[in-house]
Design a protein around this ligand. Structure first.
Ligand SMILES: C[S@@+](CC[C@H](N)C(=O)[O-])C[C@H]1O[C@@H](n2cnc3c(N)ncnc32)[C@H](O)[C@@H]1O
Length: 148
């Protein structure tokens, strides 16, 4: 889905992709369990690519990850900040593109990068950029890039 369409959908308040969270919950939780296995929180830095209303960002923060999210639509940031506030967790929600992560404010050293429904909608050029950028900001030590 291209950016213009996302802007229109967000403008209309249509975030129907959120229905997928229920379908993906078991699989995503299993992936998080796998990453956390044998460790104690805090688990380290996690990156949520295109966080939407912040569902997975908040879930990761509640589990004990230090979460940074990057999202391109301003309305999403407001919704996600509200969700985190209600949940009582700290998440660094940033405006920006997942195809341009190498900025000081995003940081680096991420142990986990999550894509739930964002990257597959990008153009081939953006996809290449995301691969390059995620590689640059994740750690060399077994970085985990979970894409759904
Ligand atoms: C299908 S939604 C998924 C949202 C969230 N991951 C979830 O599971 O609810 C994709 C999100 O990616 C955002 N997005 C699209 N292109 C982006 C880009 N280049 N950089 C950052 N966010 C982007 C959209 O605004 C939208 O909120």
């Amino acid at each position: 889905m291209n950016l213009l369409l996302y802007r229109v959908l967000w403008g209309l308040g249509v975030t129907s992709w959120e229905r997928m969270q229920a379908f993906g919950a078991e699989q995503v939780s299993a992936m998080f369990d796998h990453e956390e296995q044998g460790r104690q929180p805090p688990y380290g830095a996690a990156l949520d690519l295109g966080f939407g209303t912040g569902f997975w960002s908040v879930n990761l923060a509640e589990r004990g990850w230090d979460v940074t999210g990057v999202e391109i639509v301003p309305k999403a940031l407001r919704a996600a900040r509200e969700r985190a506030h209600k949940a009582g967790v700290e998440v660094r929600f940033l405006d920006g593109s997942v195809a341009a992560l190498r900025e000081p404010r995003v940081g680096s050293g991420f142990l986990l990068a999550l894509d739930f429904g964002t990257v597959h909608g990008l153009s081939p050029g953006e996809l290449k950029a995301v691969a390059r950028e995620v590689s640059a900001v994740t750690t060399d030590a077994s970085p985990s890039f979970q894409t759904i």
